[in-house]
Design a protein around this ligand. Sequence first.
Ligand code: FE
Ligand code: FE
Ligand code: ZN
Length: 276
Amino acid sequence: MFKIGCHLSSSKGYVAMGKEAVKIGANTFQFFTRNPRGGAAKPLDEQDMAAYVEFAKEHELVTILAHAPYTLNASAAKEDLREFAFEVMKDDLYRLSFIPGSMYNFHPGSHVKQGAEVGIQLISDHLNKVLEHNVNTTVLLETMAGKGSEVGRSFEEIQAIIEKTERKDMLGVCLDTCHVYDAGYDIVGNLDGVLKEFDRVIGLDRLKAIHLNDSKNPFASHKDRHEKIGEGSIGLEAVKAIINHPLLRDLPFYLETPNELEGYAKEIALLKECRE
Ligand code: FE
Ligand code: FE
Ligand code: ZN
């Protein structure tokens, strides 16, 4: 089964997202758990969640991915910001426990002049605290482009976080194609080599999801600006190789390209055509 979807607005709830996904030919989707630039979440709507679980069964929607807000920084220098990160993630994971099989993705953090080593320690401290409360949702560390003081710019940094976290069984990785290409992993010229490197450093069994994006910027630019599929520096041929690669093809793919629903529908149709 080709698991393909895109980022959807969560403002109208789960059932509304499920219906949108079906409408655009997707069988999965990603969404923000709350305002990506804020903090407060909507009141928990158990009825909507239960109705979604039924809807998903009926329409064969699989493995939806919740994305943490950008304001969550587990490696912030200020303690109150780290406390905020803890409360948000704990609450998000509690909410997701109502949607079996869902996963949770977050940007590891920004170390804001403390250095990557301190950042890595703070993120794993955070995970050790949060995962005590987590029952059944796999938490994914997203690979980052390495702009500013982002932690997770290399497979080594991601692995260092996993290494220091006790509940390794709850952790996975989400590979963002725009981010890794911007970070200097040549998925265009040497996809096999990059996957080999991922396997050597982290282990491919940790890879649970792909953010499928083209990039507005050249290789190793450390920029992180997503482009529509086939219109950036990665290009359609490389995207084809990614969605068909034997080591990747069974993973869920989530588009985060600059599109409205209609554009997403077109990209999903195109990708289905490209699927071998
Ligand atoms: Fe992200
Ligand atoms: Fe992403
Ligand atoms: Zn990005």
